[in-house]
Design a protein. Structure first.
Length: 218
């Protein structure tokens, strides 16, 4: 199974805080060619629910201590290459857990902060100390889920208050239409030269219909 949230952050040593549950996104299997396939964890299989209820009673754990709360995020797509970055742990012969990487947790935590405001998600995101480039990629992944102008403005406001004015300015300089967001996200460059948003948009302007990208400032 693929696990995110506080449990994953604690196991991988990124945070040190208590958590009430284990958040499952998906179950993993391979096809005949060895390709990894993900199945949305919602709803949890009945046999797994039975086992988790028994464990919960034995150890006095909260109800739904193992849950598929974040699994709905699969409906709109996971960050590109997520399974190439997971940290995999094997427990005995029958349990394999893939914990989300720091990079992907930044994506999930940013989305949760904007959706749910302050709280543990904000604390976790700030503890992860994302770089400007990591935040840019997380921003455009989250905007592929919600490309509305309102969401963009909330993002800008949060980034400004969190001390990432440079990143806030990078999404203020342009308005990206719904159909172009996934292209921008998929083409952000993996380098350490600073912001990649504007060069990518400039490249896309050569191939995308007029009007798809507006207000780009260079």
């Amino acid at each position: 199974m693929v696990v995110c949230g506080g449990a994953a952050l604690n196991v991988l040593g990124f945070v040190k805080r208590t958590t009430q549950d284990v958040d499952v996104i998906a179950f993993v299997r391979k096809d005949k060619q060895g390709k990894i396939l993900l199945t949305k964890a919602e709803p949890l299989p009945s046999d797994l629910v039975e086992v988790t209820e028994r464990v919960g009673r034995d150890f006095n754990l909260p109800e739904n201590w193992l849950n598929a709360g974040p699994a709905a995020i699969m409906d709109l797509g996971l960050p590109l290459g997520l399974m190439e970055r997971v940290e995999t742990y094997e427990y005995g012969n029958n349990l394999i857990i893939h914990f989300l990487s720091r990079y992907d947790q930044i994506h999930f935590k940013l989305y949760a902060v904007i959706d749910q405001s302050a709280g543990k998600h904000l604390d976790d995101l700030l503890t992860l100390k994302p770089s400007s480039l990591e935040l840019e990629k997380a921003i455009f992944w989250s905007m592929s889920h919600d490309p509305s102008e309102g969401y963009r403005l909330v993002l800008k406001d949060f980034l400004t208050k969190a001390g990432y004015q440079d990143v806030a300015d990078s999404i203020s300089d342009c308005r990206v239409s719904n159909n172009i967001v996934p292209l921008v996200y998929g083409n952000l460059r993996d380098d350490d030269r600073g912001f990649s948003l504007k060069p990518v948009l400039q490249d896309l302007k050569q191939t995308e219909p007029a009007g798809s990208i507006e207000g780009l400032q260079t």
